[in-house]
Ligand binder design. Structure first.
Ligand SMILES: Cc1ncc(COP(=O)(O)O)c(C=O)c1O
Length: 396
């Protein structure tokens, strides 16, 4: 078998790339998968090599064959110069931001951001002298009006967490570039398969590997991929923070990666099916799914995205909390729990009103975020149908 080079890998389709990226059986005695390398100490053969750090691997926190396999694979998939793997999606957010802001800088963040990202900005960043302000996710090129002389970074997330606004990333990239600011994007929902971040102008792309890369709700992991401009600062911030991910988690991520696109496409199909069914329900006011016209930024999604994944939200017609609880508490297949991207369907109520600052959430009815897993869609619809019957009975 011929050896796969980065150049040959780059020329393959996404589906084939996923099979061959991040492994070299010739380095593993012919075994197909890169195994779990555990370890801190790496012995240097000579004092000169120890002092020059010229060995391929020097110390556990600086990289192992397992981390290198996942980083290289993710860079190949994302079209990135380099990738770092960290212990959670939230750590990926924080290391990415820390690599491009310092005291006195101004950071712009989308108002629809994942809430713990906002909490990091409000707590940690403000404490360390970084100025933070929020923008309407639908702002597009108008973001230029919010740029200050000290704005060094713009943080986006498309679609918005829970509320699903799709942002005009190429427009934000144009303005960021014009003003020398770094554009960061949490791309966990679309993944590089449905939105190639760096090709679209993003400097630092965040992926919570906990979600679709894992696919099995059994690990926590984050990745940040960088283009050439942002790679050096990202890698050095990551090393200074000692934020290396655990070897077992990276191994499981590499394993999950092989089937990631298949799961993603299956979950995309099932989520669209369930979302269309929900759209026709009398109890549902709105479906917030980027492939639906109800969703802010739907036209941008059609222009820039290659697909949608298995997560979306709905807004119900006004109903009491007790009625929503009656619907959710007795669901058989939809579990109530945080995170998403696994094989099992989930549902959670949410209310963004208390923490929005640049925009307002004006929906009157309760909102639910739905993750569609790998179950049969007809079973899922039956489960929701019975839930709606309980909702109606509790809130006639
Ligand atoms: C959009 C988004 N980004 C980042 C994260 C954080 O990932 P983790 O749970 O691995 O910290 C989440 C988790 O739900 C998320 O939804």
């Amino acid at each position: 078998m011929k050896k796969m080079t980065p150049q040959t890998l780059a020329g393959l389709s996404d589906r084939t790339k996923l099979v061959y990226a991040g492994r070299d059986p010739s380095e593993q005695f012919g075994f197909v998968n890169t195994p779990i390398y555990r370890g801190s100490t790496v012995l240097a053969p000579t004092m000169e090599e120890l002092l020059n750090r010229s060995n391929r691997f020097v110390y556990g926190t600086l990289g192992t064959p397992t981390s290198e396999a996942l980083e290289k694979a993710w860079s190949a998939i994302s079209g990135a110069e380099g990738t770092v793997c960290v212990p959670s999606g939230l750590a990926a957010v924080t290391v990415a931001i820390l690599s491009c802001v310092k005291a006195g800088d101004h950071l712009l963040i989308t108002d629809s951001v994942y809430r713990p990202t906002r909490e990091f900005a409000e707590g940690f960043l403000k404490r360390y002298g970084v100025e933070v302000s929020y923008f309407d996710p639908m702002i597009g090129e108008e973001i230029e009006k919010l740029i200050q002389p000290n704005t060094t970074a713009i943080f986006t997330e498309a679609p918005g967490s829970q509320t699903f606004e799709i942002q005009d990333i190429p427009a934000l990239a144009r303005i960021a570039k014009k003003h020398g600011a770094t554009l960061l994007m949490d791309n966990t929902w679309a993944t590089p398969f449905f939105f190639p971040p760096h090709e679209m102008g993003v400097d630092l792309a965040i992926e919570a590997g906990t979600k679709y890369l894992s696919g099995h709700s059994d690990l926590l992991l984050g990745m940040v991929s960088a283009n050439e401009r942002s790679w050096k600062a990202l890698r050095s911030t990551y090393l200074q923070l000692g934020l290396c991910a655990g070897p077992e988690d990276m191994f499981l991520a590499l394993r999950g990666m092989r089937s990631m696109l298949l799961r993603l496409k299956e979950q995309e199909k099932a989520a669209l099916d369930v979302a269309h069914w929900l759209k026709a329900r009398p109890e549902v006011e709105k479906v917030l799914h980027p492939a639906f016209a109800d969703c802010p930024g739907h036209e941008i999604w059609k222009r820039d995205f290659k697909g949608s994944s298995g997560l979306f939200s709905i807004v119900l017609k006004p109903a009491s909390q007790k009625a929503v609880a009656a619907m959710l508490d007795d669901l058989l297949l939809f579990g109530m729990g945080y995170s998403w991207g696994g094989y099992e369907s989930l549902i959670i109520p949410f209310d963004p009103k208390p923490y929005r600052s640049a925009t307002q959430w004006n929906e009157k009815g309760p909102a639910l975020r739905i993750q569609i897993g790998l179950e049969d869609v007809e079973d899922l619809k039956r489960d929701l149908d019975a839930g709606f019957a309980r909702l109606r009975a509790a809130h006639p």
